[in-house]
Design a protein around this ligand. Structure first.
Ligand SMILES: Cc1cc2nc3c(=O)[nH]c(=O)nc-3n(C[C@H](O)[C@H](O)[C@H](O)COP(=O)(O)O)c2cc1C
Length: 322
């Protein structure tokens, strides 16, 4: 890969390297970044699309939006102003966004705080402690989602049974489909360490997607109940178009980085939006206002050591310099 040594090139390269650390569904990392002149271009890598789980590319686009947000955080932290164009070329719908260098700005301390969280961020599927999630933090995360152009629905106590039913239904539908199980097995084998995929002992009020062959225990199994004080939030967009999915990804990134910066742990639960009936159930719970794009479980981590890290693709496969 060619290396840019001029100041703008170095800043853009640094931002793109940060963007490559963004989270993605089943660690697919379905993006490609190109640095061209004073711009960084983000494209979808359709070879990494999950054909069974994500036939319309909603999650793929959301992941790319999350990578875009990571790049913007790095640039804002370094005091670099950029103009952002979304879906700038009708003839090339896979060109999702372009960041055009726009001079220097005051480095943002808020962005520096989020950038520091990027290196520590992991999806943490382990059970959370019973320590409550402070309301003030949840309110801050809702503002972060709003700043990114989305809404954050904070699940109310009465929403929990709806979430549990939607999660149970999503698991039944997906796990009874051999093509789904094959897709999960392929990507877990290819990109997730076994330790990351393993579920926990105990049962949860709202089950998580099983990444191995062991579905969550039934709540009738008599096992210890965990995640009693987990909070669930839903990133909600006004519409359901590729532009909205990018917004959802930026908001998702803002929420999870904000959560890490505030000392919380999280794990995403996209199975609830993948299965049509589960997603419809969530929409109904939201009073048919907006489109649920992503569900996130928030809590206080139990273990003192961090959750394990998922491997990144080789840099040369995911970025180049024109
Ligand atoms: C759009 C999206 C959907 C995801 N869905 C799930 C999910 O349903 N269940 C889960 O355990 N993890 C889910 N994840 C977490 C990814 O598996 C995780 O981000 C990836 O393996 C990289 O690991 P890291 O987040 O620890 O860096 C999702 C992540 C994204 C961005």
């Amino acid at each position: 890969m060619a290396v840019r040594t001029d100041a703008v090139g170095r800043l853009l390269t640094q931002a793109v390297l940060t963007a490559l650390e963004a989270p993605s569904v089943l660690n697919t990392q379905p993006w490609h970044w190109r640095i061209d002149g004073d711009a960084a271009q983000l494209s979808a890598d359709r070879t990494r699309q999950l054909r069974v789980i994500d036939p319309d590319g909603r999650l793929l686009t959301l992941c790319c939006g999350s990578s875009l947000h990571h790049a913007r955080v790095a640039l804002a932290a370094d005091g670099v102003a950029v103009a952002v164009s979304y879906l700038p070329d009708e003839a090339d719908p896979d060109l999702l966004a372009v960041l055009q260098y726009h001079g220097s700005a005051e480095p943002s301390t808020a962005a520096q705080r989020l950038r520091a969280a990027i290196g520590r961020r992991r999806s943490d599927r382990r059970p959370f402690t019973d320590e409550p999630v402070p309301d003030a933090v949840v309110a801050r995360l809702a503002r972060a989602a709003a700043d990114a152009g989305a809404n954050l629905h904070v699940a109310r106590p009465q929403d929990r049974s709806t979430l549990a039913v939607a999660a149970g239904h999503a698991a039944n539908v997906e796990r009874s489909d051999p093509a789904y199980r094959a897709e999960i097995a392929t990507w877990v084998r290819g990109g997730l360490p076994a330790e990351v995929a393993a579920q926990s002992s105990g049962v949860r009020p709202v089950s998580l997607r099983a990444l191995d062959d062991e579905p969550d225990a039934s709540i009738y199994s008599g096992q210890r109940v965990t995640d009693r004080n987990a909070r669930y939030v839903i990133v909600v967009t006004d519409g359901d178009s590729p532009r909205d999915w990018l917004t959802a990804g930026e908001a998702y990134s803002a929420v999870v980085l904000g959560a890490i910066a505030d000392g919380l742990a999280f794990s995403p639960m996209s199975d609830l939006v993948e299965v049509v009936a589960a997603r419809t159930t969530l929409r109904r719970m939201l009073g048919d206002v907006g489109w649920p794009a992503m569900v996130v479980r928030l809590g206080v981590a139990a273990a003192s050591r961090g959750a394990p890290r998922s491997p990144l693709r080789p840099t040369a496969d995911v970025m180049d310099v024109a």
